[in-house]
Structure formats: C-alpha cells, structure tokens
Write a protein that binds this ligand. Structure first.
Ligand code: KE4
Length: 434
C-alpha cells in the first residue's frame, strides 16, 4: 500500500475502460503516465493548490493543468465571471463585447503588440501565426529549436519537446516530407546554429519560432545574448521573430518574456493562462503584420469557438487578477519560486543524486543530470529511469508533478509557503531513497 495514499482502484478501473474507447486512454499523450510506468491519476475535483483523485486521495498540485492555473484552481473571481456569463449563453459564433475587452487587456499589458486574434488552443495559435508570417514575408521556410514544443501542427512536430520528447517519438508519421523540408532545426542557446541556417537558406526564412523561456525540455532559460542575437538575425534577414509565450505569457511577468528580457518580438503566441482554464489561445503582433489576416487581408484563419464568451469571461477575470496592484502577484510568485528553487537545491546537495535545478520565477525543473542544461542535447542526458522512480515516490507522498523529465513544476498564487516547504522536504527524503 503506497505511503500516505490509498490505492487508486477507481483510477485503474476508469483507465481500463478509457483505453477501450480513447487511444491510450487519454486525450493528450503525456497524461497517460507511459514514461513513468504508472496508472494515470483520474482527477475528481480541484481547488486552490490541491486536487483529489477519484479514490478520494488528495494531492498538492504542481502541474496546474500545465500552466493555466496560475491563480490556483477555481479562483473566486474567475468562477463568478463564468457563472455570470452562463446566464447569458455559452457560445454565439458572433462577435461579443467580451472579445473586445480581452483583446484590449492583452494589448494593454503586453509590449509591442497592436492587434490580437483569438483561437482555441496554443497549437492553433502557433500554427496560425506561422501561416501569417509566411503570408506576410512571402517566404516558406521556418526555423524552430530542438526540444521546443509549439503544439502538434505538422510543421512544428519536427524535433519537438514535451510529449514528443517524453515518448521518444522520432519524426511523427503523418508529417509529410514536403512539410518537414520547410522546417529547419537549430540548437537552443546556439546562435551559430541559427546563423548557419540563414547562410544556407538566404532570403527564404519566413520566421524563427522560439520559446523565449524553454519549458518543454524541462525549464531552460535563454543564455545571455541568445534572444538579442535572434532579434539581430531576424532584422538582418527580414525574418519574423515569433515568441511562443504559451507557457511564459503572463507567467514570466505581466508582460511575459518580451517585458522580462526587454526583447521585441514581431509576433507572440499565448494560451493556457489567458483562458483561465478554458480553451483559449491567441496570436498577436504589429498591426502591419496582423492586418494581413482575413477578413482584412488574404491570409485565412478561422474558428467556430474562437472568442467563445465563456472562455473570454474566464480570461478577462484571470488577467484582471494578475494585473491587480500593478502585478504585485508576480512578487509573491517569484518569492515562492525562490523558496522552491532553494529547497530543491538543498535536497539535491543533501543527496548522492547527480541532478541540477533550473528555475525562473514560478517555473522549475529538477534534471537528473549534473547539468547545466542549455539545450536538448544536454537535457536528453537526464536519467529518465531515475526521474520515473522519483515521480512515483512523490505521488505516493501526495504530490502531483508532470509525469515527464521534460516538463516544469508550476507554482500558483494558491500554493502556500508551507505547501512548498512540504514539497521540497518530501523531495529531500525521496532523493535519499533513490
Ligand atoms: P496546446 O495546443 O496544448 O494548448 O498548446 C501547445 C503549446 C504551444 N506552445 C508551448 C510553449 C506549449 O508548452 C504548448 C503545450 N504545452 C504542453 C505541456 N508542456 C501541453 C500539455 C499536453 O500536451 O498535454
């Protein structure tokens, strides 16, 4: 019987049923816990920093739905906004005031953007932003980075991070040679690898897409000069710089990575937090680029549920909470992130385990490799077998973390200092057990 936690019979029963009906028993691969060799936890409910599984076990949650739950689960302001909208309908397929309000909020809070287009996922946001960059530049090739994940659109599944890396899927079947040939792959934090691609494909590169803070090979911050170098290469080559801020947007700071690092992107994608837990993504940028989008321009993009009023209401309430007190919440999140980082570092140094801790604000990863981890090559040296043993022992202690070495710990405003100290104390015990 696992320590401190009941058996998970209901999760096991549901998982058996689910596998007969849903490929792998899940609607997103990483949730299947394949890489950690566990039966996935089926959630029954969530509140604040905690989740309860269908067997009644309580966990402190450091996944936070993979980033959206920066306020914690069921924040009162978001619940109220959604309840109010429910009295007025759930989907219109027509413009509504909430879309204008959320667009205005995003434009006012994020530097260097004039216009926004709402979609229903991060995948849709990056896929659409790249089509827009290609239409705007009239070029075909794009540059992405090994270990960066931008959702599952064909062009971006080349050398991707997150679940693709976790499941060691090579080139994904179904992505045609014709598509893959236009996706060039560089090494994160390695400007020479980017410059070499520009030299080999002069005047052919529409966009560079980058996670300005990489979160899909574990947490890998940009080295000093990396983002600045990408900006210069894009300026020198007439290429669009696209920051994929689906994770870092409204998390790294109120203005995201552009604000945190003072780097201007040409297009930015968001997801997760801006939907407050509802399916929302968006892409945004300078007016001259965005106006190429239909119906104001020829680049087509559309969506039945784009700008869904319930999702807009949740997003407005979430960003309003984050903007309160001129972003005072980020000081709290940074302080909790620092407490987490120090506690994890102490846990690692107090053990014989070869590991390193990398963090930025309210994001962190323990890599089971000495590190430093600056790119996919160094991230992939991690001992994923050791990670899976760590994952299982933490689960039995009542802590839910992402079931992959190549993801992050997400801290929310609902986590207390006690929650974080309890977590890092458990990590210390577990590392000594491994
Ligand atoms: P979605 O289509 O999953 O909403 O967003 C895709 C996406 C785009 N860009 C970045 C930087 C992302 O991190 C993501 C999705 N993140 C993963 C977790 N690292 C989603 C979890 C999952 O795939 O189940």
């Amino acid at each position: 019987m696992p320590i401190g936690h009941g058996a998970r019979k209901e999760s096991q029963r549901l998982f058996t049923e689910a596998q007969a009906l849903i490929p792998g028993g899940v609607n997103s691969p990483v949730r299947a816990y394949r890489s950690v060799g566990e039966t996935p936890v089926f959630y029954d409910r969530a509140d604040g920093a905690y989740v309860w599984d269908v067997d009644g076990n309580k966990y402190t949650d450091f996944v936070g739905s993979w980033g959206p739950m920066i306020l914690g689960h069921r924040p009162a302001a978001v619940m109220q906004a959604v309840a109010d909208q429910l009295t007025r309908g759930t989907s219109y397929g027509a413009p509504c005031e909430a879309e204008v309000i959320l667009a205005e909020k995003i434009v006012s809070l994020v530097p260097n953007i004039d216009m926004v287009r709402m979609v229903s996922s991060g995948t849709e946001a990056t896929m659409s932003a790249l089509r827009l960059a290609r239409g705007y530049t009239k070029r075909e090739k794009i540059i992405k980075f090994e270990g960066n994940y931008h959702g599952h659109s064909d062009a971006l599944l080349v050398s991707a991070g997150s679940g693709v890396a976790t499941l060691s899927i090579p080139g994904t079947p179904g992505v045609t040679e014709g598509t893959a040939k236009d996706t060039l792959v560089a090494r994160y934090n390695d400007l020479d690898s980017v410059a070499a691609l520009f030299a080999a494909h002069k005047d052919q590169i529409a966009a560079i897409i980058v996670e300005p803070i990489a979160g899909n090979m574990g947490l890998v911050p940009p080295l000093p000069g990396f983002l600045e170098g990408l900006r210069t290469l894009c300026d020198d080559n007439g290429t669009v710089l696209l920051f994929d801020e689906v994770i870092s947007g409204f998390r790294a700071s109120l203005g995201g990575a552009q604000e945190l690092f003072g780097i201007q992107a040409d297009l930015v994608t968001f997801g997760k937090i801006i939907g407050g837990g509802f399916p929302v993504g968006c892409f945004a940028g300078r007016a001259d680029i965005m106006k190429c989008l239909a119906p104001s321009g020829p680049v087509y993009q559309a969506g039945t549920l784009s700008g869904n009023p319930i999702a807009m209401a949740a997003g407005i309430a979430t960003l309003s909470e984050l903007a309160k007190g001129d972003g005072a919440i980020y000081k709290r999140l940074d302080a909790k992130g620092a407490l987490l980082k120090q506690g994890l570092k102490d846990a690692v140094s107090g053990s014989d385990i070869q590991a390193c801790v990398q963090s930025l604000g309210s994001l962190a990863t323990i890599f089971f490799t000495p590190g430093p981890v600056t790119d996919w090559q160094s991230a992939s040296l991690s001992d994923t077998e050791l990670f899976s043993r760590y994952f299982k022992l933490m689960l039995r202690r009542g802590f839910i973390i992402a079931p992959s070495q190549y993801e992050c710990l997400f801290v929310s405003d609902a986590h207390t200092e006690e929650d974080i100290i309890a977590f890092t104390s458990a990590v210390k015990d577990v590392l000594c057990e491994l």
